[in-house]
Design a protein around this ligand. Sequence first.
Ligand code: RIB
Ligand code: CA
Length: 320
Amino acid sequence: MPETASTGARPTILLDCDPGHDDAIAIVVAARHTELVGITTVAGNAPLDSTTHNALVIRDLLGVDVPIHSGAAGPLVGEPKFAGHIHGESGLDGADLPTPSTPLDGTDAVNFIIDMCRSTQELWLVPIGPLTNIALALRTAPDIAHRIAGISLMGGGTFGNRSSTAEFNIWADPEAAHVVFSSGVRIVMAGLDVTHQFTATPDRIAAIRSTGGLLGTTLADLLTFFSAKYGELHDDGALIGGAIHDPLAVMALSHPHLFERVARHVVVETRGEYTRGMTVIDQRKVTGRQTPNCEVLTSVDAAAAFDVVLEAITHFTAPD
Ligand code: RIB
Ligand code: CA
């Protein structure tokens, strides 16, 4: 079976995102390899109006008919925090982007999420930004916790990127992350430990550009910008290219054979002076360790995962 093939049934997912360069790649993979019932947007990499605009742009570039609903403009507690230092002020800097030609489908992501959880069999929620929309949906409609198949999220890790201990998606709304990790729902976690294994190297960006269409050129330009920002922020050689975090939360469901995972107990620190937003992962090899509540991805076959991304881009590239 070619590595790009998904394994059997296509997962049915709702993608909650804050596009975001790596979110854009996740949308491409989700549109190709899942039954994508909807996209919801949240403030994160950029303000909500920007992440929503960017999601509309990516949908147009793919030419797919997936509803997009905007959601929370900020975290459950405190003020919104953005990541312009990585994604630029627009949240998707680095390329000439078309103006969206299709309208937003709604501005109440939380009730859209609730409705889809109640009406869709075996639905996976795939949040790849701050968890605000997901937490609000779980709080508003606790019944969805036992209706959905699970939550496959990008976030957390044994180290941070917005602080030494906290990864951005968790750091931006720790209270929301606590709601999700304490919900009892099956959770798959693509944290920095695995996402830093999957980077936009120059060769991979060149391969994306060589797909030839507007989509490939745009994504190659975006990843070039994204990787340059990563290079500015990391020691030489620490990472070769920007970490393409978000599509791994999708591929964990569509291509599970590409990953190794371990069961771990994970809680979110919401009060620590130096650790607020940290995912505290119990890695102890002791019989008294806490009962796991999360499947933590520990490794990915990066070459095969990139083949999945490249094939998806090619699939959506209109013939000349
Ligand atoms: O820390 C990486 C995460 O934060 C990714 O989801 C990226 O898009 C940003 O949202
Ligand atoms: Ca994201």
